[in-house]
Design a protein around this ligand. Structure first.
Ligand code: ZN
Ligand code: ZN
Length: 370
């Protein structure tokens, strides 16, 4: 195993609440109730499975339950987050703790993409005299641009995935089932320091490769066929994402041609990535190559997505995306072609967006034939 164990660069959690507050006035709202757990973690360092964060113009209050009293104090102190911790043993007590911090007449923003209908009813009832408004994705927009500590964690997660995959490649020649290979990959990433998968690994062999999100099953991986492996892991909350398509032995001229087209598409998509470039332009750069080869309809998903605390986050790298890439966005480029009855090819890297190009964090070579 050759993954660095050097200490990771510090995360700058302490400044995030201040940067969020600067955006409250523009929203315009007086307070934001942050209920999406990835956003709570981003702003405070809290990793519990239940908790909401109320951010006002002059304070922040994390409300959680008795399971997390000690952990909340430890994690917020370690992160340097300035938020008061309140413990409510019941849902009603927790809501009361939130209501007390929002003066009547205020405008309170909710994260409408993660609040459930039931929560909306509870909050509307509890915050009587407060105007509740949808607040968009204020925290998600902050989360897009990564600091050095975040990039360091994603880089480590990518390095672990690279090392695990390359160590396991010889196993593919031993005719494992897809499931056996996927489990080995999960174990190898955990062994190298990952806290878990960023999603369940996809191992799609032969004709199963035509399903972009195939669930690894009992099919035995044979020689001379395409094997699509898409996987990633988590390091201190941050995800990695990589796809490689390989074959044990020569998969034949048609499969090689398919692979070459997708590889060229991925290279051109990658080459298009830079700050201030439209996300749709990156998608087009990758998509045109595949369309020219006659497989426009067989590239049935968008070209990429942001990666961070969530495996899929802003920005979208898609033909319908309206925004542009920002310096230190972390995105994937992952074109694929899927041919029912035959199989598929996808090639994916995780990249840091730079001023004039992109730095790949996933470094496994792209040799088709093992
Ligand atoms: Zn992936
Ligand atoms: Zn992906």
């Amino acid at each position: 195993m050759s993954v660095s164990t050097a200490p990771l660069a510090a995360l700058d959690v302490g400044s995030r609440l201040g940067r969020l507050r600067e955006r409250l006035a523009d929203a315009p709202i007086d307070a934001l109730l942050v209920s999406k757990l990835a956003n709570v973690r981003y702003l405070t360092g809290f990793t519990g499975s239940a908790g909401v964060l109320l951010v006002t113009s002059d304070g922040a209050r994390l409300v959680t339950d008795g399971r997390y009293t000690q952990r909340a104090h430890e994690e917020l102190a370690a992160a340097g987050a300035q938020a008061q911790i309140e413990i409510g043993l019941t849902g009603a007590t927790q809501r009361e703790l939130l209501v007390n911090a929002v003066p009547p007449g205020s405008r309170l923003g909710l994260e409408q993409h993660s609040v459930t209908w039931a929560q909306l009813i509870e909050y509307t009832t509890a915050f009587s005299g407060v105007e509740i408004v949808p607040a968009g994705e204020l925290v998600e927009m902050l989360r897009r641009v990564k600091d050095a500590g975040e990039i360091d964690r994603i880089r480590r997660a990518c390095a672990i995935a690279d090392d695990a995959f390359q160590a396991l490649l010889p196993m593919l020649a031993e005719r494992p089932t897809e499931r056996e290979f996927a489990i080995a990959l999960e174990f190898a990433m955990r062994e190298r320091g990952a806290s878990g998968n960023s999603f369940n690994p996809i191992v799609a062999s032969g004709p199963n490769g035509s399903k972009p999100h195939h669930v690894p099953g009992d099919r035995v991986i044979e020689r001379n066929e395409l094997i699509v492996c898409d996987f990633g892991c988590i390091v201190e909350g941050y995800c990695s994402d990589m796809t490689r398509t390989v074959s044990v032995g020569d998969p034949g001229p048609d499969a090689r041609h398919l692979y070459d087209v997708v590889l060229q598409s991925q290279q051109l998509g990658r080459a298009a990535v830079a700050a201030e470039v439209a996300c749709a332009a990156v998608d087009r750069a990758a998509r045109d190559v595949i369309a020219d080869a006659g497989w426009a309809d067989a590239f049935s998903h968008s070209t990429g997505h942001g990666v961070g605390l969530e495996i899929h986050e802003a920005p979208r790298v898609a033909s319908s995306a309206g925004d542009t890439l920002l310096l230190n966005d972390v995105v994937t480029v992952e074109p694929g072609v899927y041919l029912p009855g035959i199989g598929g090819v996808r090639i994916e890297d995780t990249l840091v967006v730079g001023a004039t190009g992109a730095e790949p964090l996933t470094l496994t070579p792209k040799d088709l034939v093992l």
